[in-house]
Ligand binder design. Sequence first.
Ligand SMILES: CC(C)(COP(=O)(O)OP(=O)(O)OC[C@H]1O[C@@H](n2cnc3c(N)ncnc32)[C@H](O)[C@@H]1OP(=O)(O)O)[C@@H](O)C(=O)NCCC(=O)NCCS
Length: 156
Amino acid sequence: MSYHIAEADLDDAAHAAGLVHCIDSYAAEDMGGGHALSDEVKRALVPGLKEQPGRVVLLALHGREVVGAAVCFMGYSTFAAKPRLNVHDLCVLAAHRGHGLGRRLMEGVIERARAAGCTQVSLEVRADNAIARRLYQSLGFGAGFAAMDFWVRPLP
Ligand SMILES: CC(C)(COP(=O)(O)OP(=O)(O)OC[C@H]1O[C@@H](n2cnc3c(N)ncnc32)[C@H](O)[C@@H]1OP(=O)(O)O)[C@@H](O)C(=O)NCCC(=O)NCCS
């Protein structure tokens, strides 16, 4: 069975369930923080995603099975006065790694950003995620600023 990359159809039950499974698997891994998604988040994920007008969601498929995903959101660069596409999640299920799917997903993301007139594709990557960093560097990504921390303010 061959692999291919496709735009996610969030109204397709197999795409929706497969996407949730990929994000859940990623979240449960060390690189995703080590905590699987709660049932509540799993239920809300796709309905909430559908409400995000700037979403770009690509899937890696093995036949009909979703084995990888790139979830991105369109933002805007005030310094360039152009849209910028941010990669929020990139993941390939462990059993399907090393077949070029991460690269193909990212190439698809870059292609869509270019078609939308974006100035950049941005992403956050952990300092200890050597595999992802190598992939991103090979695609031309590099640090936008010398040092940048990703800070959050939880809103309980
Ligand atoms: C990062 C990830 C998406 C790569 O997916 P993949 O389909 O296995 O990647 P590919 O087969 O397309 O390989 C792309 C590149 O990644 C790097 N890479 C992949 N596997 C690697 C390994 N085991 N060791 C070192 N580099 C590796 C290489 O640079 C490779 O390019 P090359 O084959 O030309 O040398 C996947 O490992 C993953 O889902 N990891 C967990 C989630 C994660 O860390 N996401 C990124 C968050 S920022």
